[in-house]
Ligand binder design. Sequence first.
Ligand code: ZN
Length: 128
Amino acid sequence: MAIDYTDARRMRLDVEFSFAAAHRLPRYEGPCFRLHGHNYKFLVALEGDVDPATGMIADFGKIKDVVGEEVLARADHRNLNDILDNPTAENIARWIWEVLLPRLPGLCEVRLFEIPGCCVTYRGPGGR
Ligand SMILES: [Zn+2]
């Protein structure tokens, strides 16, 4: 089937990343008050019009470079309490959003899994 490449279409792409880090929740009464670690997984989503010339919304390689520099270099094998006062999954997702937004046009969602099957989703200050 021929695709009409001149018909730019809005699409979304997601790229998955992971890192290992320690944290403790100073305002939580329970085991997570104590220092412990997680293997975090997160998805970074961008929305945009597919460029008719390249057929892409964005370059996966560029997204990987930016996330590597802005998130993984600061968070992987680190103590997240050095970055955030209260590093809950919600606050980590928001921090990821804030460090990526200036360098990733079209950023529309960050989804962070703290443990398999449990995630938080942040879509920016509008809270959509
Ligand atoms: Zn935890």
